[in-house]
Design a protein around this ligand. Sequence first.
Ligand code: FPP
Length: 245
Amino acid sequence: MPLQGLENTDKNSILTEKPQHIAIIMDGNGRWATAQGKPRTAGHIAGAEAVRRAAEAAREAGIRYLTVYAFSSENWHRPQEEVNALMTLLVQHLSSELPLLLKQDIRLRTIGNVSLFSEEIRTALQETLDKTAHCKSMDLVLALSYGSRDEITRAVRSIIKNAAGTDNLQITEETIAAHLDTSFMPDPDLLIRTGGEQRLSNFLLWQMAYTEFYIITTPWPDFSKDDFQKALVEYSKRNRRYGHV
Ligand code: FPP
């Protein structure tokens, strides 16, 4: 599918490479709701709809992996009422979105310390993970109770545990990458952050060493398929050098 906005340019100037992996920091739900005189949870409900739009747009564009920051390890410190609302939303959407995931051949995956969730949520998650495990068109990766420093700490612990009893502990970048939650996918090519803040918020710190950033002020609940296309067009203009000349 051609990138909208690039149709009129010289064919040779269109970079054919598209991102394999897009990561999104879905920020601005609370501000979106407050601006409308609604409770913050209304922003998360509208935000969940935007996740569906983004997943559809990504799949239509042939993106292989889409990772969305749905609940950070720091989000546990929000008011209990908001945490509960986010959990309820997650369980509701896991069951309501399953038919669409299957129809669109999208595999659901998670990264993060999911063991911290209640049994109800872990069961609902596992069911959706299992039922979509055969899907091949795109992986939709939910970052849940995810924090990059926590992930790296868990990876280091796991490397040391696996090496117990051996006297030949060799650690390379590949060793660390293989022990991260993200070991099944390539690093993100593009990070989209909505809501205008210019920070990483403990998201995929190791994996985003060479990721292109695209930050927009649009709050997440207003994020449209058109916004997604614009991000792809912007990405196609970037010149990725990975520290080389
Ligand atoms: C940041 O906005 C957003 C979150 C902490 C939660 C994101 C969750 C969703 C979009 C719902 C996901 C649901 C499913 C089913 C995957 P904020 O609340 O920090 O906004 P603010 O900066 O305006 O306060």
